[in-house]
Design a protein. Structure first.
Length: 277
């Protein structure tokens, strides 16, 4: 089983280039960088985990800039978003950004996507909160067309563009894999329709194992091979029993969170996580 890292890259944590080098040296397979363009100061939307919103949410680096820096100092480390809030991006701009990162990294991008949770953040981007998942699904369809067709067009409920040229294409063929976060039945069915991977946040391993089985049933019902959908366990508790439990499933990767700390504290954490590599 592969082991990945989920670092909150900020302006006060271990620099992303040094973190990426340390991760690759220790054998981690991937880094998953989150995204928040901003946090509205009103704080009207409650933090999903409860309590006060941690400071790092308003200090995150742009994930694609951070991953571009990581690409330049590593050779094998997968470069992933965990997650990119796609609905806050123009789809053609996102297609270009991801294709460029995949091109310059020789095909190392994993694109983790989600609908997000902060209503005011989305509204500041002109996104209607209640329709965000419908918009996201259209974006995923449109991204694949831009990356795989010499002349792509799309017309849906939210996404509209006539024939466009957009090179370079991604290095990966047919395109970088798209992962979706979330764990509702709606999300699992959406994964079957348009994604290559699932990225569930893990607070209850047994519940997620049951959801993997449900995802496989949904895939079979849609006449899709369940093995074509990768499962990466996101923000898993760093415990032996959790790792062993998921090693007995078809999940291919466990991703451990790396809090925004200084270099010495971060390296101690990476050394502890490396025992599972």
């Amino acid at each position: 089983m592969r082991i990945g890292l989920f670092p909150f890259c900020t302006d006060y944590s271990m620099p992303i280039d040094e973190l990426a080098i340390a991760a690759e040296e220790r054998g981690f397979d991937s880094i998953w960088v989150p995204e928040h363009t901003h946090i509205p100061a009103s704080r009207a939307t409650a933090y999903p985990a409860g309590g006060e919103l941690p400071l790092e949410y308003s200090h995150t680096l742009d994930p694609f800039v951070a991953l571009g820096i990581a690409a330049g100092v590593t050779e094998h480390l997968k470069l992933a978003t965990g997650i990119c809030i796609a609905v806050e991006h123009h789809t053609l701009t996102l297609a270009k950004t991801v294709a460029t990162l995949d091109h310059v990294s020789n095909g190392r991008v994993l694109l983790g996507l989600g609908g997000g949770w902060n209503r005011e953040e989305m509204e500041n981007h002109g996104v209607t909160y209640t329709s965000r998942f419908r918009k996201l699904e259209e974006q995923m369809q449109a991204l694949k067309l831009v990356w795989t067709q010499d002349k792509a067009s799309f017309h849906g409920e939210f996404e509209h563009f006539d024939n466009v040229w957009s090179w370079p294409n991604p290095a990966q063929k047919p395109h970088p894999p798209l992962f979706l976060g979330g764990a509702s039945d709606h999300t699992l069915r959406r994964i079957v329709r348009v994604a290559e991977g699932w990225l569930p946040i893990t607070t209850d391993p047994d519940a997620i194992i049951g959801k993997i089985q449900k995802l496989d049933r949904f895939a079979q019902d849609a006449e899709r091979d369940p093995a074509s959908i990768s499962v990466s366990i996101f923000a898993a508790p760093p415990k032996d029993e959790v790792v062993m439990k998921f090693r007995d499933t078809r999940a291919e990767r466990i991703i451990f969170q790396v809090p925004p700390q200084n270099e010495s504290e971060t390296l101690r954490r990476l050394d502890r996580y490396a025992s599972w590599v």
